[in-house]
Design a binder for this molecule. Structure first.
Ligand SMILES: Cc1cc2nc3c(=O)[nH]c(=O)nc-3n(C[C@H](O)[C@H](O)[C@H](O)COP(=O)(O)OP(=O)(O)OC[C@H]3O[C@@H](n4cnc5c(N)ncnc54)[C@H](O)[C@@H]3O)c2cc1C
Length: 403
């Protein structure tokens, strides 16, 4: 019988796990330990509305503080878990306390991947993962300042858009030939290149960063071909490293993420892992996946919570994420296959379109550009794995629900 559930990491997945446990009827103790001093919060606004000043940091909180007290969830904020003793089922905390558990949930997220070039540790080279980073970055992106963004992925481009809208000069440096190329097909990379340039951002593609040097009060990003891009601040948005230190030290199976089965369980049956830090097996698929998205953090947490509370539930949600740049919303579901057949519905040039990727006649991934209402039926098509008629899919006169 599981009484005390301890959740390490009071982020989106950790907070949702506590909610999910109570919702699934877990009546025992719940302790949520988080290294940050904030209660669990949502990170998407950190590169958008909170960074621009349109939203308050506290608007990102998953639940008001009173919810935790009302639901008997003990919050231990500003505390770092430093070790897991699996034999004793106990945790060591940075302040010297120890905490025993019946079930342990690792929801430790990840850390921004660090630049490894010379000069990467100069003041003014920054990263974005938490509310403190957002506050620091917000001070640096006003009019008259230049922001150099290294990395043309979702987060780098969202910050670039927010900074342009705040009046800063922006240069984006991307190593690949296409923006957001890890997630999106090249045709959308082209579309976003046009969008950023139309808003006055400079974008350099296919560029390798060699080093960062001081130029008085400013910084120069020096490219491998000798070009220098000078700015006041350099933001590196080059990906995430999952936070697996505790799991590795405790001897759990880890491979770029804590390995879990489709119930969220690690190689130790008393320990679960969820959200960005976990690499999970999906029913019927050979390779485990790790996802970094709001929807996954929430739903993976709910599924693990149900399993801990004794309601077996395999997690197999269709991956889904979104990005907002210059007021344009893009959503992506499934995993885009570069060899798949591409079906376009609507018009990219008009800025409203659906793109679907078909493999063996079934939709495996879909993207909506400023057409978010189409996402639900597309997710259902992906989940069903049924073959569809590409001509009907491409025809805006045929409702997606009828495809
Ligand atoms: C700027 C930004 C914008 C984003 N925008 C989008 C978006 O538009 N759409 C989308 O789908 N996704 C977006 N995401 C991704 C999404 O926010 C993440 O996938 C999600 O936050 C992952 O939740 P998590 O709980 O797994 O990790 P986190 O939210 O990172 O939480 C992990 C927590 O664990 C704590 N922790 C780690 N180790 C310990 C320890 N040993 N002891 C105690 N505490 C510990 C950390 O301090 C952290 O608070 C964005 C992310 C960022 C950073």
């Amino acid at each position: 019988m599981i009484d005390h559930v301890v959740i390490v990491g009071a982020g989106q997945a950790g907070g949702c796990c506590a909610q999910g446990l109570r919702r699934a009827g877990h009546a025992g103790r719940i302790t949520l330990v988080g290294a940050e001093r904030h209660p669990p919060y949502e990170r998407p606004p950190l590169s958008k509305a909170v960074l621009s000043g349109a939203a308050e940091p506290s608007s990102t909180y998953l639940k008001p503080l009173a919810w935790y007290a009302d639901n008997a969830v003990e919050l231990r904020l500003g505390e770092q878990v430093t070790a897991i003793d699996r034999a004793a089922r106990a945790l060591a905390l940075g302040g010297g306390d120890s905490l025993s558990y019946d079930a342990l949930v690792l929801a430790t997220g990840g850390n921004p991947r660090r630049l490894s070039v010379p000069g990467a540790d100069l003041p003014g080279v920054v990263y974005l993962r938490d509310l403190d980073h957002t506050a620091e970055l917000a001070r640096r992106i006003g009019a008259g300042r230049t922001l150099v963004v290294i990395g043309g992925g979702f987060i780098g481009l969202e910050v670039a858009a927010t900074a342009r809208q705040a009046g800063a000069e922006v240069v984006v440096i991307e190593a690949a030939r296409s923006l957001m190329g890890r997630t999106l097909p090249a045709v959308l990379g082209e579309h976003y290149l046009g969008l950023h340039r139309a808003h006055g951002a400079d974008v350099v593609l296919g560029a390798a960063v060699d080093r960062i040097s001081s130029r008085g009060e400013r910084l120069a990003v020096v490219l491998a071909d000798g070009r220098e891009i000078v700015g006041d601040t350099v933001l590196a948005g080059i990906g995430l490293t999952p936070e697996t230190t505790l799991a590795e030290a405790a001897g759990l199976e880890v491979a770029d993420g804590v390995l879990v089965d489709h119930f969220g369980r690690t190689s130790d049956p008393a320990i679960w892992a969820i959200g960005d830090c976990a690499r999970f097996h999906r029913p019927g698929r050979p390779d485990p996946t790790r996802l970094e998205s709001w929807g996954h953090a929430q739903n993976h947490a709910f599924a693990a919570a149900a399993n801990i509370a004794g309601e077996p539930r395999a997690y197999d949600d269709v991956p889904w994420a979104w990005t907002d740049q210059y007021g344009v919303n893009l959503q992506v579901a499934g995993a885009w296959d570069p060899h798949g057949e591409v079906v376009v519905r609507g018009s990219l040039t008009e800025g409203k379109a659906v793109l679907a990727c078909l493999v063996d006649g079934a939709v495996v991934a879909a993207i909506t550009l400023d057409s978010g209402r189409e996402m639900r039926p597309l997710q259902r098509l992906i989940a069903s794995a049924r073959r569809v008629d590409p001509a009907r899919l491409a025809d805006p006169a045929v409702k997606l629900a009828d495809v």
